[in-house]
Design a protein around this ligand. Structure first.
Ligand code: ATP
Length: 578
C-alpha cells in the first residue's frame, strides 16, 4: 500500500499529511452535522411539525457548513501543494546531484532518455501520491471508524454491518494491486524504450534522411507507439474496471446498511429521524475508501516511478571526492581487463604506461579497444579489474572535477555548441583573456577564418553546421588548448577531415607532447611515427610496443600494416587509415 522508502525519505511531509487528514475529517464532521439536522428536519416535515425557526436553523447550519468546507478545502489544497512541491523539488535535486555524482559514467546506470523521464514525469507522479493518496489513506481509516461510533450510538447492528462491508474495498484494491504491479512495470518499460527510440531517431535524423531510412524507422516507431498505446489502454481498462468493482462494493455495502436501517425503523428499534440519518450517511462510510481506490492506480504509478528513482539514487557514486591535487601527469594501466557486458572482455590484462611529457600512440584495427582505453582513463566506466592510475593515483580515488581538469579528451565528434566562437572557447577556460583566445585560434590556424566571419562573436550554429569538419575540429582543439590540462587524449581527432586540417592538428599534437602527456589514437599510422611509444592493440591485447623504428625493425604486425598503408598512400596519393 505504501512505499516505505518514500515515507522515510520525506518525513518532514508528515505534518502536511496530518494536516490534510484533519481538514478531511473536519469536513466529514461538518457533513455529518448537516445530514443530522437535515434528517431531523425531514422527520419533522413528515410528521407535519415543522416551524419557521426549524427552516431558518437548517439554512444557518447549511451556510456554516458551506463556509467551513470552503475553508477546509482551501487549507487542504495548500497543504497538498506544500507536500507535493517540496517532494518534487527535493527529488529532482537528488536525481540531478546523483547524475552529477555518477559523472560521465551515468549511462552505466540509466539511459539518457530514462533519466529525463524519471526526473520529469516520474517525479510528477509523486505529486498525487503525497498530495492526495497518502492523506486519503489515513482519512479512509479514520472516517468509517468515526461514523461507526456515531451510528453505533443509534443502532449497533447497522453500524457493525456497515463497518464489516468497508474492508471489502481494500480487499478489492489488493487484488487489483497484484494485477497492476506487473502491468505498470511493463508500462514504464515500454514508455522508456519509446523515449530511447525517439531520442535516437531525433539525434540521427540527418543520417536517416541521407540513407532514406527515415520511413523504415518511422514505421518502427509507429509499431513501438502502438505497443505503448496498447499497454496504456490496458492500464486504463484495469483502472476503470477496478473503479467499477469498488463502486459495486461501496454502493452494495451502503444499500445493505440502508435496508437494515429501514428494518430497524420498522421494528421501532430506531426513530424515523435516525433512520433517515443512516440512509443519508451510509454512503459516507464507503466514499473515502472508494476515492482512495481511484487514487490507487496513480499511487501505483508513483510507486513504480519511485522505485526507478531510488534505483538510480542507490547506485554507488563512482567518483570519490578523494585527492584534489594530482601532481604527476603519467598514466599507468596495470593488468586492466574490462567488458561492456559479461559475455565479452573488450580489454584483456592491458598494462602500459604513458610517462609525463611523452607522446604515446594507440593503434589497431577498428573495434580492438582503443577508445575503450580512452573512456576508462576519463572515468566513464567502473567495472574493470586491475588498476588505472593518473599521476600515481588510482582513478577511482580522483573526483571527477580533478580528473577533467587533469585530462582533456578530443574525439572525432567532440561537441560544438550553438552560440558564439567566444562562448565555445570560454568553455575551455572561462577566465581567459581575449588575447589568450586569439592565441589559441592562431595555434590551430583558425584565426584568419574566424576574423573574416565576425571574430569571437561569430555565431556558430548548432553542431557547428556553418563550419567545415576540419574547422570544427580545429575549434575543438583551440578550446582544448585553452583548457590547459596536463594530459591530452586525441581519440581519432583527425579522422574524416581535410589533409590541411589534419596536418595542422598533428602539428599541435606534437607540439603539445613536448610539455604535456599526450595519447593519440589514430587509424593513420603516418601520424604516429614520431610518437615516443606506440602500443599496438589486437583483439583487446597489447601485442607489440615500442618506437616506430623498433616496431618496423621487428617486422611484426605493425610493420606489415604500416608498409601496406604506405604503399596504398603512395599509390593513391591520399591518406589511408587502418
Ligand atoms: N558502449 C558500448 N557498449 C557495448 N559495447 C561497446 C561499447 N563501446 C564499444 N563497444 C565494443 O567494444 C569493442 C571495442 O570498441 P572501441 O570503441 O574501444 O574500439 P576502437 O578500437 O576504438 O574502434 P574504432 O577504431 O573503430 O573506434 C567493440 O567490439 C565495440 O563493439
Amino acid at each position: 500500500m505504501f512505499n516505505q522508502r518514500l515515507m522515510k525519505e520525506f518525513k518532514e511531509n508528515q505534518k502536511y499529511v496530518a494536516g490534510m487528514v484533519v481538514t478531511l475529517w473536519v469536513t466529514l464532521m461538518a457533513n455529518v452535522l448537516l445530514i443530522y439536522f437535515a434528517a431531523l428536519f425531514m422527520e419533522k416535515m413528515l410528521k407535519g411539525d415543522v416551524i419557521l425557526s426549524d427552516g431558518v436553523c437548517l439554512i444557518l447550519i447549511l451556510a456554516g457548513v458551506w463556509v467551513l468546507r470552503a475553508v477546509m478545502n482551501t487549507l487542504n489544497s495548500r497543504m497538498s501543494f506544500a507536500a507535493s512541491s517540496s517532494v518534487k523539488q527535493r527529488l529532482r535535486e537528488k536525481i540531478y546531484g546523483k547524475l552529477m555524482d555518477l559523472g560521465a559514467s551515468y549511462r552505466e546506470s540509466v539511459s539518457s532518455s530514462e533519466a529525463v523521464q524519471i526526473s520529469t514525469e516520474g517525479v510528477e507522479q509523486l505529486e498525487i501520491y503525497f498530495g492526495k493518496y497518502v492523506p486519503q489513506f489515513f482519512y479512509s481509516l479514520l472516517a468509517p471508524l468515526t461514523l461507526f461510533v456515531i451510528v453505533g450510538t443509534m443502532t449497533l447492528k447497522v453500524a457493525v454491518v456497515l463497518l464489516i462491508c468497508v474492508p471489502l474495498i481494500p480487499l478489492a484494491i489488493v487484488a487489483v494491486q497484484k494485477l497492476a504491479k506487473k502491468m505498470l512495470a511493463k508500462y514504464w518499460g515500454t514508455y522508456t524504450h519509446l523515449g530511447d527510440s525517439f531520442l535516437q531517431c531525433l539525434q540521427g535524423l540527418t543520417t536517416l534522411k541521407i540513407y532514406q531510412a527515415d520511413e523504415h524507422y518511422s514505421k518502427k516507431m509507429d509499431q513501438e507507439s502502438e505497443t505503448f498505446r496498447k499497454v496504456t489502454m490496458r492500464v486504463l481498462i484495469m483502472q476503470l474496471n477496478s473503479i467499477s468493482i469498488m463502486d459495486l462494493v461501496a454502493y452494495g455495502g451502503a444499500a445493505a446498511g440502508i435496508i437494515l436501517a429501514i428494518l430497524e425503523c420498522r421494528a421501532a428499534n430506531i426513530g424515523l429521524g435516525q433512520c433517515l440519518f443512516i440512509i443519508l450517511v451510509s454512503a459516507e462510510f464507503f466514499l473515502p475508501l472508494r476515492l482512495l481506490g481511484s487514487f490507487f492506480h496513480i499511487a501505483m504509478n508513483g510507486n513504480a516511478a519511485a522505485n526507478k528513482i531510488f534505483n538510480l539514487l542507490d547506485r554507488p557514486s563512482k567518483v570519490h571526492s578523494g585527492e584534489e591535487k594530482i601532481k604527476g601527469s603519467d598514466i599507468v594501466f596495470d593488468q586492466v581487463s574490462f567488458g561492456y557486458d559479461q559475455e565479452k572482455e573488450v580489454l584483456q590484462k592491458i598494462s602500459f604506461s604513458a610517462e609525463d611529457h611523452s607522446f604515446t600512440a594507440l593503434v589497431g584495427v577498428s573495434g580492438c579497444g582503443k577508445s575503450t582505453i580512452a573512456s576508462l582513463i576519463m572515468g566513464a566506466y567502473s567495472g574493470y579489474t586491475g588498476q588505472i592510475c593518473v599521476g600515481g593515483i588510482p582513478i577511482e580515488n580522483i573526483n571527477e572535477g580533478s580528473l577533467y581538469k587533469k585530462v582533456t579528451r578530443i574525439c572525432h565528434d567532440s561537441y560544438v555548441f550553438g552560440g558564439t566562437v567566444e562562448e565555445n572557447l570560454r568553455m575551455g577556460n572561462p577566465g581567459a583573456e581575449q588575447e589568450q583566445l586569439y592565441r589559441a585560434l592562431k595555434e590551430v590556424d583558425l584565426y584568419e577564418t574566424i576574423m573574416e566571419k565576425g571574430g569571437l562573436s561569430m555565431v556558430i550554429e548548432e553542431k557547428a553546421a556553418n563550419l567545415s569538419g576540419g574547422q570544427k575540429q580545429r575549434l575543438c582543439l583551440a578550446r582544448a588548448i585553452l583548457h590547459d590540462s596536463d594530459i591530452y587524449i586525441f581519440d581519432e581527432a583527425t579522422s574524416n577531415i581535410d589533409a590541411e586540417s589534419e596536418n595542422k592538428i598533428m602539428e599541435v599534437v606534437e607540439r603539445l607532447a613536448k610539455t604535456k602527456t599526450v595519447i593519440l589514437i589514430s587509424h593513420r599510422l603516418a601520424n604516429v611515427v614520431r610518437a615516443d611509444k606506440i602500443l599496438v592493440l589486437k583483439e583487446g591485447k597489447i601485442t607489440e610496443q615500442g618506437t616506430h623504428r623498433e616496431l618496423v625493425n621487428a617486422g611484426g604486425y605493425y610493420s606489415q600494416i604500416f608498409n601496406r598503408q604506405k604503399e596504398l598512400e603512395n599509390y593513391s596519393g591520399k591518406a589511408v587509415a587502418l
